[in-house]
Design a protein around this ligand. Structure first.
Ligand code: DC
Length: 205
């Protein structure tokens, strides 16, 4: 049997992980794994069910949820119990809460289990905050992708503008800074560069 290849990319929000990972996956015919989409789906359901502040209820939901990702034509479609939530997981409301939800260790444990299983199944390009350090520490290639905060804000702002969502540069920047702080400062699986990851700043690329 041929060896399965794992490419892992971590970095802060707006650093271009998804764009890079999607393109690599399409070119190589690998599976694309957007781990952030999984944390976003849990967050969206928690908000919709009114349980986002109730940690035991969120953990219980994360253990039962039937989460499916389908990568089609360059887009990751996300399904929860067969309901499509692809659009709903990218709202400002979800952006504002996802770092709090992804800080819950039991939620991470559930999602990491699923991610590792997907990694066992075939060639994969995975991106997130802990895929180079926790999910796939033995990945064949590890990239730590970064860009300046202003460039990352501009990129996210454009995504919102493309969807006709009214939001200011300052609001987007404040959300990114807040998420960077929580994602990098948390005790469990913080965003950090793995010792053997290649650091790539794509601010000007
Ligand atoms: O990459 P993204 O912006 O879609 O990720 C959304 C949030 O999910 C991010 O702010 C932190 C969390 N996340 C995480 O904690 N671990 C991952 N592997 C991926 C995302």
């Amino acid at each position: 049997m041929l060896k399965k290849i794992i490419i892992a990319i971590d970095g802060p929000a707006g650093s271009g992980k998804s764009t890079a990972a999607k393109n690599i996956a399409q070119k190589l015919g690998f599976t694309y794994l957007d781990t952030g989409a999984m944390y976003r789906a849990i967050t969206f359901i928690a908000l919709r069910n009114g349980i986002a502040e109730n940690i035991p209820a969120v953990i219980d939901m994360a253990r039962r949820i039937n989460l499916k990702l389908r990568f089609e034509n360059g887009v990751t479609r996300v399904f929860v119990d067969d309901e499509e939530v692809t659009e709903q997981i990218r709202t400002a409301e979800v952006n504002g809460k996802v770092s709090d939800i992804s800080r819950i260790p039991e939620v991470r444990a559930e999602l990491v289990k699923i991610q590792k299983r997907l990694g066992d199944e075939g060639n994969i390009v995975a991106e997130g905050r802990d895929v180079t350090t926790v999910v796939f520490p033995n990945a064949d290639l590890k990239i730590f992708l970064t860009a300046s905060i202003d460039i990352r804000t501009k990129r996210r702002l454009k995504e919102f503008q493309d969807k006709n969502i009214a939001i200011t540069f300052e609001e987007v920047k404040a959300n990114l800074e807040k998420r960077d702080r929580i994602d990098s400062g948390r005790e469990i699986s913080p965003l950090k560069k793995a010792d053997d990851a290649i650091e790539l700043d794509n601010s000007a690329l």
